[in-house]
Design a protein around this ligand. Sequence first.
Ligand SMILES: *Cc1c(COP(=O)(O)O)cnc(C)c1O
Length: 304
Amino acid sequence: MGTMDNASLPIRTLINGSFQPKVAALDMLRIDVLHPVVSGNKWFKLKYNLEEALQNKCTSILTFGGGYSNHLVAAAFAAQQANLASIGIIRGIYATATPTLLECEAYGMKLVYVPISEYKNKQDIHWLSTKVDSLEHTYIVPEGGANSLGRKGAALIGQYIAPEYSHIAVSVGSGTTLAGIHSVVQPHQQLLGFVPMKGGKGLINEINPWLSSPSPANIHLIDDYHFGGFGKYNQPLIEYMNQFYVEHNVPLDIIYTSKMMWGMEQLLQQGYFPNHSRILCIHTGGLQGNRSIAGLLPELVDIQ
Ligand SMILES: *Cc1c(COP(=O)(O)O)cnc(C)c1O
């Protein structure tokens, strides 16, 4: 994992002032290009978890995810790099493994499929112990790397965020990345968390305990651009992803970043941002998940 510690990451200008007179900058921080497999925010969330596993003399990690989970692939690969065995508890029974799950197996992850009805028990250590041979010397990483070490890792993203940015946009799943970044940005920097699921604003209740003070004025959860719910999409969103790639040469993912950028464009059009705002959109990665819609993204040839 060490080689990525001081990676310099590109920041790309998406528009300049002449397109959007009110906004002084609309840039994208490409943490998706950090590594081809342990892409985007997942590396940051895993970093200290894996270090902790090694320090605790664990020989394997166990973690959780669905059939297209970005976290699972990243965890499988990173564990292999760290000479740790890995076990993935998979949400749902798949008749045929998805490309994501096959890739996890290729990195040595042992997959344990559990029915969706049982998956909700995943924090119950007794239930878990019935699913695997042994939990001895096994370090458990919560789904999505959503724990304090995950947030500590996500806070490292702050080193790429200049204080000149007035607004920072990031996609939200568990809110781990958002909370980590919030711990290091300045109070004048507004953090826009785009939640790609229905009722996403309610996530603030889960995020609050992770913050230095609850519901800070500079966190804004936006859940208007969920496209029907987590993992749901429609033809206009697909077209938007293709068009975004043609225009900016940046591939977006179907679950998180496409909905964020779509929402961002809506907010720009609605005049949400004050004059002279400088906006940084964080590309959190997740491109491997686009294999769930392979064939629908003719422009994004390199990810199929
Ligand atoms: C996992 C993921 C997120 C969500 O991160 P959280 O820390 O769980 O909020 C956002 N974007 C992408 C591309 C992801 O893969």
